[in-house]
Every structure is written in C-alpha cells, then in structure tokens.
Design a protein around this ligand. Structure first.
Ligand SMILES: Nc1ncnc2c1ncn2[C@@H]1O[C@H](COP(=O)(O)OP(=O)(O)OP(=O)(O)O)[C@@H](O)[C@H]1O
Length: 684
C-alpha cells in the first residue's frame, strides 16, 4: 500500500513538473530570439495552440519543429529521430543543445507517449505509411483540416504530405504505363543513332546510353541519371530523334524542354541542338532533324512552362488545364523541389512522356524534398527485372549483366538508367569527384595534393585573402580569374556600331563565365558577401574597375527573383555594360549564343556575383572553379553533396581553399539525409 502511495506521489511530482503549453510557447519564443528557430516556426506552434487549445505541449513543439525542418529541406519531421537524437537532427550544438536538454526531462520520456499524444491530438490527422490509396492523396478527400499529418513516425505539414502523395501516385501510375514499341524498327534505329564514330572504341559492357534511350521510349516516365559529362543530353537528343523516327505522326510531335533555372534551360537547349546537328551531319537525309530542332521552341524554366503567377503558388497549367506537350524533357532534375515536381506531374497530360535528367549525387533543391535522389536511390544497382532485360535485349541487342538484375526490381527501377562513363572528366577533377562521391577522404586528399596535376589544387590552411588573390591574379596551371573579363571589358569598341558592340558584350560575358568563386555559406569572410566585397575592392584597387555607385560598368550580378515581364529569372547572371553609343547602363545576359539586355535600373532584386553559393552554381560550369570551404559553417552546410557539386562545376581546373585541412574530410564524411516518405510511398 505504501509503495502504491509513493508511486502516486512520484506521478504527482512528475505531473507538476510537466511542461505546460504556455511554458513551451515561451521557450519557443526564446529559441526564436536566440536565432535557433525562425519566427515562422514559433508562430506555427502559436497558431496550433489557438486552433486546438488543449493540444499537448509535445504536439505544439512538433508543430514548430516540423516547420523548422521544412525550412531546412526536409519534407517531414522524423519524430523517432527527434526523440532519440535531437541534437543531431536539429544540428544544434552548445547553447541550443543545453536549452533542449533542460526542456527534455519535462516532456514525456517514452517515444510511444510522444506518438500517442500526437495521435490523440486534433491537430494531427493519421495517414497510413506509403501511398494512402485512391483519392486519399487529395487532402480535402478526408474532409479533415488538421494542419499536421502523421504517417508512422513521420510528421508532415499537411501540404507536404499532399505533395508527396501526389508525386508518388503520378510516378507510380506513369511509370507503369507502356507504349507499344516495334522492337525491330527501334533496334535498327538505335544501331544507327549510337553507331560509334570512326576510330571510337565501342562501349565496354552495356551501352547504358542506348539502354536509357530504349527504356525512355517505351515508358511515360523515365529517369536518366549520371554525373557531369556522362552524356545525359547526348542521349536525350538521340531519344528525340528516335521518337521522330518511330512516331506515327512525327510532324505533330510536340516537344518541350525545361529546367529549374533559365540558365540550365538555355544550356539544355544549346546542348541538344548541337547534338542534333552533329547527328544530322552523320545521318544525312534519313531524318529531318532540322525540323525537329525548329519545333522544339525555346527551353523554359519550369516556372515559366507551368505559367507561374505572381504571388501565388498556383500555376496556369494544372490537372484541369494540362500542358500542350507530347514529350517533356526536364534537365537538372536534382534541383526540382517536391512542390514543383507535384505541380509539374499534375500538369502533364496522361498521354505525354516525361524524361527527368539529372545527377542524383548533387545537392538537392534549396526547398524541401530530394525528389531525384528519392526516385533513383538504387539506380547504381540497376535492379532490372526479366521483362526489362528482355526488352533491352530485343531493342539494344545488349545483355544486362547479372549484377544489374533483380527478380523483383521496383517498378520505377525498370524506367531508370544510370549513365556511368564520363566523357568530360577523366583526369584529376574526375578522380576527385569520384573519391568525394564514394566518401573516400584519403583518395580525395591524394588527388588534391598531387603536384604533378595542376588541374586540381588545394590551399589547405589559407585565409580568405588567398581566394581574393587568385580571383585577381589567377593560379599557375589554371585558366581564368575575375580580372580576365575586365581586360575584355577594356577592349570596348569605339562608336555606336551595334554588331561590334554585341560581339564585345559576348566576349566580356564569355570571359566572365570562365572563372567563379563558389562558397558554402552566404555570410562572413568566407561567405558570398565577404568575397563579393573583397574581390570588388581588389579589382578597384588594381584599377580594373571604377565603382561609381551601386551600378557601375562591369558589375556582374545575379538575379534573385523571377521578373517574367522583363524576361529575367532567379539565378540568371548578367553584367552591367553601357549600350552601343553610350547611355544608361544595361544588364547584358547570354543565353546560349543569344545576347539580350535589360535596363539595369529596372532590376531591384539582384546581387553582385563574383562569388556564388554552390547551390546557386548548379546547372553552370566554369573552366576554373574555386571552392572556398570555411570551418565555421554549421554541420548541415558542409556536406559531401556540397563538395561534389562544387568540384563538378569545374571544367578544366579546380582550386580548393580552406582555413584548415580537416574541413574537407568533415564535409566528405557528412552525407546529407533528407527526411521524406517518398521512397516508401513509391514502393508500397
Ligand atoms: N557516346 C558518346 N560518344 C561520343 N561523344 C559523347 C558520347 N556521349 C557524350 N558525348 C559527348 O560528351 C560530352 C558530354 O555529354 P553531355 O553534355 O550530353 O553530358 P551531360 O551528362 O548532359 O553533362 P552535364 O551534366 O554536364 O550537362 C558532349 O560533348 C557529348 O557530345
């Protein structure tokens, strides 16, 4: 009896000490003021408390943290991870870690209690794990307005759960649709399209490019992944030719090209066009590839393609107003976030084919989701089933090796092909990228320290001043630096000759594209802002730039907001120049070979672009890329994907600059894991 009484007392003391909702909201407010959470995160918890006044504190805490995790790119909050490893999940060290540790004893101790509290709370709707089933992917279908959705131990903001369900449904349905294929005709065409050029050795093992082409031909959705220079666009150009050759009504084939940024879209178009041109020269009159090129039209940003409207998440094109296309090619798919992918797939007519191209190992989108990574997580292994192997044998005359076969391979794996041989990188940069990608720290360090290969170099214990020096003077053995485009700028033609002026502007812009400083972070001496100021000041000191105000001739800028009316998009990079014959500064952009300009004073949302974040550099390449890795960046920033993406922006030379050698190892060892239920939803 006494023991019972003691227990009651303990329970009572424990209950007295339990955190109240008011205390939790106050703690969140404090965390916001300390900069550990965003204001929006704490506001989410307050909103939840208003919506459901008796919501338990753990539900309010999770409301704030699910919003916080979304801002860090996660589609959901892993409640079990939060319970078991809160510091790692939140990336909190020192002070915030102590704040969490002080709060934790006042929360229920067991994960089951957390989950029970969430399940019993009116803020939370329960959903099955995996794909919720027909109709259930529409949030309104359940008539619930709960702002959170719990699937097992994954807690979502309702919107993100709905996006994930929409993407999974679309991918599974489209991935299973097969087009009728005349295998004999396709085989004959593939042989022509992929015939090795004179003197070229045939591919060792299966020609994955050919396989990718055949696979994409028979499905309504396919994924072609591979590192830089593995021939993704080369392959897709051949797919378009194959579609033209085998379509019953080729003259009516509507093809659209798109990418997340304007720059990537322009590059895709240029690359496909040059591939088609080379192919046309080789094939002669057999196929009217010139007509195909003409019909492709401009490559668009995904935002532009879908008809993005100002200040709304909705697009002109959606399930009710689908896109007018038969074939959609989307490049740089690793940059496509979950919400955009849901909108894109919704807006595709059932009859259309979509081909996603991208490098699954690159940084995922800035916004939440890691869709390409989730779609082709197992691409390395192939996992082709009997039917796919037979189809490949019939159309490509290729035997898929046993290592890439699987009796029960996932459905999407049958429509996914990984290209494995880089045609661009063979030397040190390729080796370095591979070592980083494989998590091989010693291998990466060896390449960077090998003085016999100046293509890749490492200033291991340097200061930010070393970066500025290279930007100004270059590095021996590496082409390009920031000063070079200014030498071009000073060769400005006299007079008002428009053609001479345009040729000069192209020369300046092209020279600028040869070199770039890439940073892991935005702020501080090692960040984009610090380097932009320091490089600009250095160029002024060297007499190469005259800074006459915010806008000055030669200022390179990146657009930071879409301004469709002006034809400029987030991520576009231009240089301020005076027009032919003088006048107000205009911002000149190069899209492929096309030059265009906008009055500089009309552009408010821009920033100087001597240095960029690695994120913003995706979809671009520079002859010489300098990657500056600080040691003070938060753990989430310095990752393997960041290092790999930075390195693979380099075409001919790569320079790594770090304040101490350990930074590289730390980055390589930290592989990003974005919380998402997409892989599971695609399978279940
Ligand atoms: N099978 C091949 N035979 C000959 N040349 C090839 C082949 N595949 C690709 N190439 C060439 O290799 C280069 C890289 O190809 P491509 O641009 O298609 O690669 P990618 O994967 O799209 O690269 P990135 O990711 O950088 O855009 C191009 O010059 C292309 O013409």
């Amino acid at each position: 009896m006494k023991a019972r009484k003691d227990l009651d007392t303990l329970d009572w003391i424990e209950a007295m000490d339990r955190l109240t909702s008011a205390e939790l909201l106050e703690a969140l407010q404090g965390w916001t003021q300390s900069g550990w959470l965003r204001h929006l995160d704490a506001a989410m918890a307050r909103f939840a408390a208003t919506l459901v006044p008796d919501a338990p504190p753990i539900a309010l805490l999770c409301s704030a943290l699910v919003a916080h995790m979304e801002s860090r790119g996660h589609s959901c909050l892993l409640v079990d991870e939060l319970h078991a490893r809160p510091h790692e999940l939140l990336g909190w060290t020192a002070e915030p870690r102590q704040a969490w540790d002080a709060l934790k004893p006042r929360l229920p101790a067991a994960l089951d209690d957390w989950l029970a509290a969430l399940r019993g709370c009116a803020l939370v709707q329960l959903a099955p794990c995996g794909l919720a089933g027909p109709g259930a992917h529409l949030p309104s279908a359940e008539g619930s307005t709960a702002p959170l959705v719990l699937c097992g131990t994954r807690l979502y903001l309702r919107r993100y759960w709905a996006y994930e369900q929409r993407v999974a449904t679309q991918v599974r349905e489209r991935g299973a649709l097969r087009e009728a294929v005349d295998t004999a005709a396709v085989k004959a065409w593939l042989e022509k399209l992929f015939a090795p050029a004179e003197g070229q050795k045939p591919a060792k093992g299966p020609d994955w490019q050919k396989v990718a082409c055949a696979v994409a031909l028979r499905g309504r959705l396919s994924v072609i992944t591979g590192g830089p220079g593995t021939g993704k666009t080369y392959t897709v150009a051949r797919l378009l030719a194959l579609l033209l050759a085998t379509s019953p009504a080729p003259e009516r084939l509507r093809i659209a090209l798109a990418a997340p940024t304007g720059k990537a879209a322009a590059r895709l178009k240029q690359s496909i066009e040059s591939s088609l041109q080379a192919l046309a020269e080789r094939l002669g009159d057999g196929l009217d590839l010139a007509a195909l090129t003409a019909r492709m039209g401009a490559a668009r940003t995904l935002h532009g393609l879908l008809g993005g409207r100002h200040d709304t998440r909705r697009f002109q094109h959606d399930a009710a107003h689908p896109l007018d296309v038969d074939v959609l090619i989307v490049d740089e798919a690793s940059m496509v976030h979950l919400e955009m992918m849901a909108s894109l797939l919704d807006a595709l007519p059932q009859s259309a084919r979509v081909v996603l191209l991208g490098d699954k190992d690159q940084l995922a989108s800035v916004e939440a989701g890691a869709v390409l990574g989730d779609l082709c997580g197992e691409a390395q292994k192939g996992q082709y089933g009997e039917d796919a192997c037979a189809y490949v044998a019939d159309t490509c005359g290729e035997e898929i090796p046993g290592a890439f076969r699987h009796v029960n391979g996932p459905a999407l794996a049958q429509q996914t092909v990984m290209l494995r041989e880089s045609r661009r990188f063979g030397g040190p940069i390729g080796k370095l990228a591979q070592a980083v990608n494989e998590g091989n720290v010693a291998g990466a360090q060896r390449v960077l320290r090998d003085e016999r290969s100046p293509e890749a170099a490492w200033l291991e214990a340097a200061s930010p001043a070393a970066v500025v020096r290279i930007a100004l003077e270059g590095r021996p053995g590496a082409p390009g630096c920031s000063a070079h485009y200014l030498h071009a700028l000073h060769r400005r033609p006299e007079g008002g000759d428009e053609a001479a002026h345009a040729a000069w502007a192209v020369e300046v812009l092209t020279a600028f594209e040869r070199f770039r400083v890439l940073c892991a972070v935005r702020e501080g001496d090692w960040g984009v802002q610090g380097f932009n100021e320091a490089i600009e000041a250095g160029l002024v000191r060297a007499g190469l730039l005259k800074k006459t105000g915010e806008w000055y001739e030669g200022r390179p800028v990146m657009v930071t907001r879409n301004q469709a009316a002006l034809g400029v998009f987030n991520g576009d990079i231009g240089i301020a120049l005076r027009p032919a014959g003088g006048g107000s500064l205009r911002l000149y952009f190069l899209e492929g070979p096309q030059l265009r300009s906008v009055l500089a004073s009309r552009l408010a949302d821009v920033e100087t672009a001597f240095a960029l974040t690695v994120h913003k550099s995706q979809g671009s390449e520079f002859e010489h890329t300098l990657l500056a890795l600080p040691d003070q960046a938060s753990a989430q920033v310095l990752t393997r994907e960041l290092a790999y993406t930075g390195i693979t922006r380099a075409r001919a030379a790569f320079t790594l600059v770090s304040p101490q050698p350990g930074v590289l190892a730390a980055a390589i060892e930290r592989k990003t894991k974005r919380a998402s239920g997409l892989r599971e939803a695609l399978q279940g």
